[in-house]
Design a protein around this ligand. Structure first.
Ligand SMILES: CC(C)(COP(=O)(O)OP(=O)(O)OC[C@H]1O[C@@H](n2cnc3c(N)ncnc32)[C@H](O)[C@@H]1OP(=O)(O)O)[C@@H](O)C(=O)NCCC(=O)NCCS
Length: 187
């Protein structure tokens, strides 16, 4: 079966909303945002997030034409920090995990980031106990530069957060070889 990874657009907003809200419920500890807040947002909120600009793109992974994965890339807008961009909203539908979808999305994100003039670093935060996400990021070359104790409190439980970055200038070409974007891949 083929997997298609592509930038989302305004027309994908309803599907993106559904998958995003599912993620905020199934894996609340993995996101700073909360289901209670985002579920109250109008569709225009998600349409805006899905609409690419020069500084942001929201990728979706489609399996059998169904949206099953999300990953966004958002560049800093301040002139002094525009050499950084952040990765947010990483999620694979529970039924589709362990098939390389997050890795493929990350390869697409990295490829896109490399095409943005002047961008040097990718940044992200990940719960310290999130072994699957850590594996995805570490395999792509991200390194942890700091850890915040009890960064998130979810249902009364505290979660430490690792902050990771990837220096695009030091990236080995083979990190994304064979995982290139837009890709039709077999899963
Ligand atoms: C993290 C997440 C996006 C990974 O998505 P995925 O599509 O299943 O990821 P992939 O299949 O591309 O890769 C997963 C990797 O993690 C590894 N992994 C999975 N569970 C693991 C665990 N408990 N311990 C260590 N590694 C683990 C897999 O083995 C695989 O690596 P491998 O190919 O070298 O074997 C998915 O689990 C998810 O949506 N989790 C909830 C939301 C979340 O955590 N988002 C990240 C926020 S920072």
């Amino acid at each position: 079966m083929s997997l298609v990874i592509r930038p989302l657009n305004c027309k994908d907003a309803e599907a993106m909303r559904a998958l995003r809200l599912l993620g905020l419920q199934t894996d609340a500890y993995a996101f700073g945002a909360s289901y209670d807040h985002e579920s109250e947002q109008p569709l225009s909120f998600f349409q805006d997030r899905c609409t690419p600009t020069d500084d942001k793109v929201f990728f979706g992974a489609f399996f059998k034409n169904q949206l099953v994965g999300l990953m966004s890339l958002v560049r800093e807008t301040n002139p002094k920090t525009r050499h950084h961009a952040n990765i947010y909203a990483v999620y694979t539908h529970p039924k589709n995990r362990g098939q390389g979808i997050a890795k493929r999305m990350l390869a697409q994100v990295i490829e896109t980031a490399q095409s943005w003039t002047g961008l040097r670093y990718l940044q992200l935060g990940v719960a310290a106990r999130n072994a699957a996400a850590l594996a995805v990021y570490q395999q792509a070359g991200f390194v942890t530069w700091g850890t915040m104790k009890a960064a998130l409190r979810v249902d009364g439980e505290d979660y430490d957060e690792h902050f990771m970055s990837l220096d695009l200038a030091r990236l080995c070409n083979n990190v994304t070889n064979g995982m290139s974007a837009g890709a039709q891949v077999n899963v």
